[in-house]
Design a protein around this ligand. Structure first.
Ligand SMILES: Nc1nc2c(ncn2[C@@H]2O[C@H](COP(=O)(O)OP(=O)(O)OP(=O)(O)O)[C@@H](O)[C@H]2O)c(=O)[nH]1
Ligand SMILES: [Mg+2]
Length: 367
């Protein structure tokens, strides 16, 4: 849909210009009387301002024809024509109008601007959204794509990026550490994973906690250990940690809870690699989906540097913006998402990530 604004002293004069540009297929979207010129507000002349839309290739002919009828009016009725109530199609046109005002800034067509806006609303970082759209390479070429076609091809690109993410909770070592910022759900997620492993994989599990900063933190994991009948050890230093790992060799998996710390604290990241040889451990980074996009990437980058096997995404239920996943997939390769959690209840609030639900989160569409 192309949109253009016309201004002339009378409606026949406006229509002459419209017909010249678009022929008979133009749709009047808005018309109003305005005053132009004058000196110090005096002697202003009456003008007619008309906003016209023209769609060279209507997308859904049957539906569109009917609604076009509603808004294509004979010339003499135009001045009083109001475009309300807003139909879905009109809603779309108004959005396009709004988008048109922003497009100059980003040099996007109104259709592209709409898609850009919807991605940014999902908290896809603006430069990533722009890159996705620019890759289309259509810009203001003569074969400008309509919103539907453009949307489809951008959705394909989004899905392609998401498809590069590896899915599923795997681990290459007996010892699996759960690291990440404070309060993201590390301890709760460990309990969910332990329960899942017991129930579906019949695995023998042991816990070690390194989170000795808070008494409550130890008690929290001990409570889950008791319910699930899982042995638990509390390691206060590196030596104890090594010793407990040795002691627990008969178990299939040792799930290790760590203290949530400020990831900007370099000693914390150093401790993680210092306490155990990176070749002997699988690290899972636990990140909340409610984290701000830039922090999310920043945290991932910092932990990635110390060797992260995969990610556990928590608190999906606390947000409706999932751009973080696409931002990550656009910036890093070799990402794995083990599980996603969507509530506080252990063990049920945990879902297996699939390409379907990742796509659905970001573009509202199933694969
Ligand atoms: N809504 C929601 N809350 C969650 C989810 N996962 C964990 N929580 C809650 O988040 C809070 C913190 O969870 P913890 O498991 O203690 O987080 P942690 O990362 O171990 O915290 P620290 O050890 O203090 O760093 C608790 O109230 C959990 O119930 C989730 O998927 N959704
Ligand atoms: Mg904890």
């Amino acid at each position: 849909m192309k949109i253009k604004k016309y201004k002339a002293p009378s409606m026949p004069e406006v229509m002459k210009q419209v017909r010249k540009d678009f022929g008979k297929d133009a749709v009047i979207l808005q018309s109003r009387q305005i005053k132009v010129g004058g000196i110090f507000g005096l002697f202003k002349k009456n003008y007619i301002e008309v906003v016209v839309g023209h769609d060279p290739e209507p997308v859904a002919p049957s539906k569109k024809k009917a609604s076009k009828k509603e808004i294509t009016v004979p010339e003499k009725e135009m001045i009083s024509q109001k475009v309300s109530p807003r139909s879905n199609e009109m809603e779309q046109v108004y959005k396009l109008l709004e988008a048109q005002s922003k497009q100059l800034q980003l040099k996007l067509s109104p259709e592209e601007q709409l898609i850009y806006d919807s991605l940014v609303e999902q908290e896809v970082l603006p430069d990533i959204a722009l890159k996705l759209i620019k890759e289309e390479g259509n810009m203001s070429s003569s074969e400008e794509k309509d919103t539907k076609t453009l949307k489809q091809s951008i959705h394909e690109k989004v899905k392609k990026r998401l498809a590069a993410i590896q899915l599923g909770f795997t681990h290459t070592h007996k010892v699996v550490q759960f690291v990440g910022p404070t309060g993201v759900g590390k301890t709760t997620t460990i309990a969910k994973i332990a329960a899942r492993m017991q129930l579906t994989e019949n695995k023998k599990i042991a816990f070690i906690t390194l989170d000795t900063y808070r008494i409550a933190a130890v008690e929290q994991l001990k409570t889950y250990a008791k319910i699930l009948h899982i042995p638990i050890e509390v390691a206060y230093n590196k030596q104890e940690y090594r010793q407990y790992i040795e002691q627990l060799q008969d178990y299939d998996v040792i799930l290790v809870d760590t203290a949530g710390r400020n990831y900007r604290d370099a000693t914390y990241l150093k401790d993680i690699t210092d306490w155990i040889d990176p070749n002997e451990v699988t690290n899972y980074l636990v990140l909340s989906m409610t984290t701000k996009p830039k922090d999310f990437l920043d945290i991932y980058g910092k932990f990635d540097a110390i060797g992260i096997h995969g990610l556990l995404l928590t608190k999906l239920d606390e947000t409706e913006q999932y751009g973080n996943i696409l931002n990550l997939a656009s910036n890093y390769s070799g990402i794995r998402i083990g599980y996603m959690t969507n509530g506080q209840d252990v063990p049920e609030d945990m879902v297996d990530p699939t390409l379907n639900n990742l796509s659905h989160f970001i573009i509202g569409e199933k694969q």
